[in-house]
Design a protein around this ligand. Structure first.
Ligand code: SF4
Length: 331
């Protein structure tokens, strides 16, 4: 069967796991194309108005796949939690229902399941078992596929820990062992990106911030590359953990990078209309006042112009250069 995988939201976290599972069961996967104007327009015209742009874009990816008549199912998981007592935002938790109500004619082509991540194998077996049954797989094959899924996700995590970003993981999904061994290119400056992976890695929506920084000889690191152990201590600064796992990663990971001597600056990327983004941005604002590390917020929405983003990214690089005594790019 052909399983459509929308290139949005938790694709940028758990695609390796989904790849390992469906591949092991012998299904073909069809990824939607990276976000472009068509996908954005499809999302904006189909999603409800008062929702964040990341969710609107996701609607566009789902629609793109539903329009492909040879795609049997489009996989829209409901990621409920990612850690014990840490949950996803209400829009993410409601995603399959939102999608099925918007694309009601194709509701039976939406493959959905509740996923509780990072809580051992049992919830994973339950979730994948449900999908496997729907796709006609035997219990034995589902068990094997879940093992593969976990292996792929672990390999991807190792690649991230070694400094490779998630886009490289997607590109090298068949050769993650090779990617792991590949050295990461060092550059003159080092900037950290903090935020939700789907905002950081959607290059169309964020003005291709990673590429633009690399072109200015900046090595880019992302909060998803960090082992949670390194930023655990920052819970103290926040008084208590936030309710949402990815917000904790962005806030505490961002603080960790602000304290890291080799990091020249931190950029947050968030989605317009995201209340959770506003919380971790504020926490990082307060922390940057203590560390003096340059911090910039990029908030993307459907109106964000490429030119405006480019100017802001260039200005941020100039700020770092001046701070380090290297002068402005123009001079
Ligand atoms: S966390 Fe924010 S960006 Fe993500 S889905 Fe929820 S509202 Fe949208």
């Amino acid at each position: 069967m052909k399983i459509g995988i929308p290139r949005g939201l938790y694709f940028y976290v758990y695609y390796p796991m989904w790849y390992g599972f469906f591949e092991s069961l012998g299904h073909d996967m069809v990824l939607s194309v990276p976000t472009n104007k068509t996908i954005l327009n499809l999302g904006v015209s189909n999603a409800v108005d008062d929702i964040c742009i990341s969710v609107k874009v996701y609607h566009g990816h789902v629609k793109y796949l539903l329009d492909k008549k040879d795609v049997d199912y489009v996989f829209v998981p409901r990621v409920v939690s990612e850690d014990k007592y840490k949950y996803t935002c209400s829009k993410l938790a409601a995603m399959p229902d939102l999608i099925k109500s918007v694309f009601s004619k194709d509701a039976d082509r939406i493959l959905s399941v509740n996923m509780y991540m990072n809580q051992g194998r049992k919830p994973l077996f339950d979730a994948f078992g449900e999908i496997g049954r729907k796709l006609g797989a035997s219990v034995k094959n589902v068990k094997k596929a879940v093992k593969e899924a976990v292996i792929y996700q672990e390999k991807a995590t190792n690649c991230l820990r070694n400094g490779h970003n998630f886009i490289e993981v997607v590109r090298n999904i068949r050769n993650l062992d090779d990617l792991l061994d590949k050295p990461v290119k060092e550059r003159q400056y080092k900037v950290a990106l903090a935020g939700f992976p789907y905002d950081i890695y959607d290059s169309y929506m964020n003005g291709d911030v990673i590429k633009r920084l690399e072109e200015a000889d900046v090595r880019v690191v992302v909060t998803d590359m960090l082992n949670p152990k390194v930023y655990k201590k920052y819970t103290k600064y926040m008084i208590k953990d936030l309710f949402w796992h990815q917000a904790n990663v962005a806030a505490k990971g961002g603080m960790y990078y602000m304290d890291s001597p080799d990091i020249d600056g931190v950029i947050t990327i968030s989605s317009f209309n995201c209340g959770i983004g506003a919380i971790y941005e504020k926490l990082l604002d307060l922390y940057s006042k203590e560390t003096g590390k340059p911090l910039m917020h990029i908030v993307v929405d459907e109106q964000t112009g490429d030119a405006g983003l480019v100017t802001r990214i260039e200005a941020f690089i100039d700020l770092i250069r001046v701070k380090k005594g290297d002068g402005l790019v123009a001079s």
